[in-house]
Design a protein around this ligand. Structure first.
Ligand code: ZN
Length: 87
């Protein structure tokens, strides 16, 4: 597996239901919160090269959901956290 760049830990996503193993990627996640388009950059994600299933670590999913629901001030995301920018 390719080594992920700092500051992210080298997440392991384990085995997919199809029998292959999830590969770690960094992706962009786009959200719309109210009237605001939010882009989360370098979000750690696991993707299965065989069936295309995608998974997130629980803490990453919680962070995304917290931002989506407006529960988390964008400039005070916990570290390590995706870089948040608005467009
Ligand atoms: Zn799979």
């Amino acid at each position: 597996m390719d080594e992920l760049p700092s500051p992210y830990p080298a997440y392991q996503y384990g085995a997919c239901g199809c029998g292959d193993t999830f590969e770690a990627h960094l992706v962009e996640v786009r959200l719309t919160v109210g009237d605001q388009a939010i882009v989360l950059r370098d979000v750690p994600q696991g993707a299965c090269p065989t069936c295309g299933s995608r998974v997130y670590k629980a803490e990453i999913l919680e962070l995304i959901e917290a931002i989506f629901h407006g529960d988390l001030p964008l400039q005070t995301a916990p570290d390590p956290a995706p870089v948040v920018s608005t467009s």
